[in-house]
Design a protein around this ligand. Sequence first.
Ligand code: NAP
Length: 340
Amino acid sequence: MQVHTHVALKPYNTFAVEAFAEHYATFSSPEALQELLSRKAFAHSPVILGGGSNVLFTGNPQAVLKNEVTGIERVGEDHHGIYVKAGAGERWHELVRYSIDQGWAGLENLSLIPGSVGAAPMQNIGAYGVEVKDVIHSLEAFHLREKRRVIFSAADCEFGYRESVFKHRYRGEFAILNVTFCLKKEPHFNLSYGTVRQELERMGVAKPTLRAVSEAIIRIRSSKLPDPAVIGNAGSFFKNPEVSAATYERLKEAFPDMVAYPVEDRFKLAAGWLIEACGWKGYRDPERPDGAGVHERQALVLVNHGRASGSEILALSEKIRESVQKKFGVSLHREVNVIG
Ligand code: NAP
């Protein structure tokens, strides 16, 4: 296993910001990871990197280990469904594509999400009414300090809205090695988001299929969200804030157009709408056109127009957060993981 020094991380983060890892190596098995952790360079809190689609580097990390554990295999079947185990280093959309080719349902709404399989449980990725927690059976992770493998059931992961135990209590403690999903032979389509139904209609689909739903979502995402290969970004920068019914009523009266959805007895506000209402949509500093900006079609997505540093993107996000706080009295919380 080769350890590299002073490695440019630009190709390994979808924001495409410049950062350098003092020590860098890849691992494709638990044994390789264990071996690397025994070396001095990686002995203390290495950053475990997957697809780099949810990170913002604001400094130069000492040690980075890139997860390249691959493989997708069917490992069982029972009355709940088909069990599929995927290496954490697999590209997420490849797994979605593979499952659709096999006719296995459950991942179709999560089509085209950038990043790796290992990152999916980390932040319980979600889109169009489905969260990955709905289909995760269990996962295997490696405890970096204790150097042992641990199996987590879905309940052990304590999934929440873009949250899991790995982002909080166990932050920086584990590398996810593989994830086992329970997929269905019979699809139960979730078409609760109007945009998906409208896109299917536009495609002339009367009876949804796995492939059609996936295709509809690919079309919607491609039309609204910037491709990281073209313009640096990490998807949604902030989470949608949840507020009490009383706060919602007060805001709705002052801002009748505000986009919000009920979640049990609270309301989820569309963060993109709040940011847009503060005038940030499409923001690009005329004096620094190659710097940090806000996407022109989706205000929730911060972008790197070419030469923004991680600190500049973070500074812009703070300005956005302050203006939303000032106008609406609502706090935005980052979805993106800042690594200083
Ligand atoms: P959108 O369709 O313009 O909707 C704006 C917001 O309203 C979304 O954030 C969504 O919340 C919420 N929403 C819309 N219809 C809803 C419904 N029927 N029930 C409950 N909530 C509803 O949003 P978008 O930006 O194009 O994103 C579409 C989907 O892809 C969303 O689910 C979004 O979370 C997901 N996405 C995720 C990322 C990421 O980086 N994590 C990036 C882009 C898109 P939710 O976000 O809670 O679904």
